[in-house]
Design a protein around this ligand. Structure first.
Ligand SMILES: NC(=O)c1ccc[n+]([C@@H]2O[C@H](COP(=O)([O-])OP(=O)(O)OC[C@H]3O[C@@H](n4cnc5c(N)ncnc54)[C@H](O)[C@@H]3O)[C@@H](O)[C@H]2O)c1
Length: 251
């Protein structure tokens, strides 16, 4: 019940799917959660569903001004920041091969999935340090390990998050910041994004059949991994990749 008791944690993109499940689980385990999303109704709905302490702020994670405002507000209202979950992300149009992808689509996906994570680390780390240390979790994907012919920019963006996470982890560790940074790699999870890449039941059955464990993941399956990485149970874990995918990456 109290695995993250007393911690203040920011979860981006928490108006839906994995972010929403994570925000709810962290609050159930004793954290104060700042729910942010570009989608105001979704974020407010998450806060309404939560039993614990939570509040919503609108944020576009690709915008530096939004990061400065959110971090300032957290330090002013909660007085500290102990955890940051860089979860917000988009898949972009499906399918998008490298031959059909436009420069505009490519830049939009990278501005949210990569620049958003970079800005979160850049502005989150000083706040975590000033609170005595903390933990960052960056949402990458199984896509960081495999070719993704129908999601070309998305795969590239998640590969970047996987690598950048290790850079932040090592830099912070060597500088004695007491800030850990790890990446989480979901397989196919039933959220609006996950459903979006499976246009019909035939495709869904085919994808399900390719998962060794025999079924899709639920948002809560990912939330439990994030909870561990935010909690002090993982105090010796940094620069790691937590794959939660029903076995797909082991084939
Ligand atoms: N669902 C999957 O199968 C899967 C697999 C691997 C990785 N992931 C990753 O997990 C994370 C969450 O995905 P999900 O499946 O819950 O997706 P989702 O679409 O259900 O939720 C994503 C949330 O991010 C928000 N968002 C989008 N752009 C934003 C921005 N610029 N600023 C702030 N918020 C923004 C959306 O409004 C939405 O509420 C993403 O980073 C995604 O790439 C998901």
């Amino acid at each position: 019940m109290d695995r993250v008791a007393g911690k203040v944690v920011l979860v981006t993109g928490a108006g839906s799917g994995i972010g929403r499940a994570t925000a709810k689980l962290l609050a159930d385990e004793g954290a104060t959660v700042i729910v942010t999303d570009i989608n105001r109704p979704g974020g407010l709905e998450t806060v309404q569903q939560m039993g614990g302490r939570a509040r919503f702020e609108e944020q576009d994670t690709s915008r530096e001004a939004d990061w400065k405002r959110i971090i300032q507000d957290i330090l002013a209202c909660e007085g500290r920041l102990d955890g940051l979950v860089n979860n917000a992300g988009i898949a972009g149009p499906f399918p998008s091969t490298f031959e059909s992808e436009t420069v505009e689509q490519w830049q939009r996906i990278l501005s949210i999935n990569v620049q958003g994570v970079f800005l979160g680390c850049k502005h989150g780390v000083p706040a975590l340090r000033s609170s005595g240390g903390g933990s960052i979790v960056n949402l990458s994907s199984l896509a960081a390990f495999l070719g993704t012919p129908n999601l070309s920019a998305y795969g590239a963006s998640k590969g970047a998050v996987r690598q950048f996470t290790k850079t932040v982890a090592i830099d912070c560790a060597r500088k004695g910041y007491k800030v850990r940074c790890n990446s989480v790699h979901p397989g196919v999870i039933l959220t609006p994004m996950g459903e979006g890449i499976m246009p019909n039941d035939k495709v869904k059955d085919r994808v399900r059949g390719s998962i060794p464990i025999g079924d899709f993941g639920a948002p809560e399956d990912i939330a439990y991994g994030i909870l561990y990485l935010i909690s002090d149970e993982s105090r010796f874990v940094t620069g790691a990749e937590l794959v939660i995918d029903g076995g797909m990456n082991a084939i």
